[in-house]
Design a protein around this ligand. Structure first.
Ligand SMILES: Cc1ncc(COP(=O)(O)O)c(C=O)c1O
Length: 417
């Protein structure tokens, strides 16, 4: 007799589905498809040669340690390098404030594991990063959503949601995924003050902060929190846990991210990480350290900024050229995404079907909302980092054809993807 596996799954897996983006990514592998759907970095800028040299160096000079089990907190020289890099952005973390994770996706999972009891409310942005919702869902999170506008999270709408006692706020201050918007400096100050007033921690997710193409760098929340709110000189108080990753600055295949938090929180997260994977790959951490050291990471980030800012500009220009005036979009100052708003009444799933027929893909906005996906039904998330400029021009032309077709037809029923 065969086992009825589904009836044996734990209750916490109920309602967990595959990410719409990961499913869509399978379709985008089709030949001839121009995909603005994934959040993929440009493979042309992966520093493959530097990786090759670094792997060689690690294996010839340090194989005994690099191939061995390692500390759960991570490889100390790498944690130190990260702490030194972050210091330039004003984040005064010490090694003991840094926990290496298997991508910042694992950081989100560990944070959820640590803080969320079934039925607890998490305050999220609307729209927000889909992968965070996936991580929080498993632990039975409920959500309170607060909208973002062109200046990021609408802090003036926060008081009532904060009074409802969320476990933490999950915030993406820089070039938000999916909307591409940035939290203004004024709102950053307001946010940390509100967090302090209501005693609600902030999880600050910052994978894109270094990828700024215009404007001034803005202080991370974790910095403002320390400056404004620290009641003694230690780092062990404060309301912000900060996350970042090498996925967008070196390579996502490394699966290397990190958490910055007070040492007692790091110690608890490390215990949870032991149950998940003992530690992040030692070999990968040794290699990443060799790749990043001696100023290479800085030089490389400069190159990435150059390549992506050109692609962003090409996409903005193509949108301007091909889309009708009733369609609007955000102007991201950095990161990988922009967010397009279509006129009321269009069915985004039907637009996606037509776009896929034209061999161009985007992610429909409804995937990025915690409570009511209908809010996203007029939006598309477009990624500009992964396609070459020529493909971007052609892809936007095709997408505009699909959108104009639906605008001409008026409202229709979804036909499913
Ligand atoms: C906002 C945000 N957080 C976390 C992640 C996960 O990144 P990582 O590759 O480090 O797991 C992503 C990936 O796109 C992201 O956009």
């Amino acid at each position: 007799m065969s086992t009825a596996w589904t009836s044996r799954y734990a209750l916490r897996t109920k309602g967990i589905t595959s990410s719409a983006i990961r499913d869509l990514l399978k379709i985008t592998q089709r030949p001839g498809m121009i995909s603005f759907a994934g959040g993929l970095p440009a493979p042309e800028v992966f520093p493959a040669e530097r990786f090759e040299e670094s792997c060689h160096k690690v294996l010839t000079q340090n194989a005994a340690s690099a191939l061995q089990y390692g500390a759960t907190e991570g490889y100390e020289p790498l944690r130190e390098l990260i702490a030194n890099n972050m210091a330039r952005y004003g984040i005064k973390a010490k090694v003991e404030n840094v926990l290496m994770t298997s991508g910042s996706q694992q950081a989100l999972d560990l944070i959820a594991k640590l803080f969320i009891n079934r039925g607890d409310r998490v305050l999220v942005e609307a729209p927000t990063y889909l992968g965070a919702l996936q991580a929080f869902d498993v632990y039975g999170a409920d959500y309170v959503s607060v909208p973002v506008d062109e200046n990021g999270l609408c802090t003036e709408l926060l008081e009532a949601p904060l009074r409802s006692g969320p476990t933490f706020m999950y915030v993406l201050p820089n070039f938000q995924n999916p909307a591409g918007v940035t939290l203004s400096e004024g709102r950053r100050h307001e946010l940390v003050l509100l967090a302090d007033r209501y005693g609600i921690p902030i999880v600050e997710d910052d994978p894109y902060g270094q990828l700024r193409y215009e404007g001034e760098h803005l202080p991370p929340l974790v910095v403002l929190d320390r400056e404004n709110l620290c009641r003694d000189n230690g780092y062990s108080i404060g309301n912000v846990i900060y996350l970042s990753t090498f996925s967008k600055t070196l390579a996502p295949g490394l699966r290397l991210g990190w958490i910055v938090a007070p040492p007692d929180v790091i110690a608890k997260l490390a215990q949870l990480k032991q149950g998940a994977d003992l530690h992040t790959s030692t070999f990968t951490q040794f290699v990443a350290y060799e790749v990043a050291r001696d100023g290479f990471l800085d030089k490389h980030v400069k190159l990435i900024r150059q390549v992506y800012s050109e692609r962003r500009d090409v996409m903005l220009q193509a949108l301007q050229e091909h889309f009708p005036p009733s369609v609007t979009w955000t102007h991201p100052q950095g990161g990988l995404f922009l967010w397009v708003t279509l006129p009321e009444g269009l069915d985004i799933k039907a637009v996606l079907n037509s776009a896929l027929e034209q061999n161009v893909a985007f992610v429909p906005g409804d995937s990025f909302y915690a409570n009511d996906g209908r809010e996203g039904s007029r939006h598309m998330r477009l990624n500009f980092s992964n396609a070459q400029p020529e493909q971007i021009r052609e892809g936007i032309r095709r997408l505009a054809t699909a959108v104009k077709h639906h605008l001409a037809m008026g409202q229709e029923m979804p036909i499913g993807v």
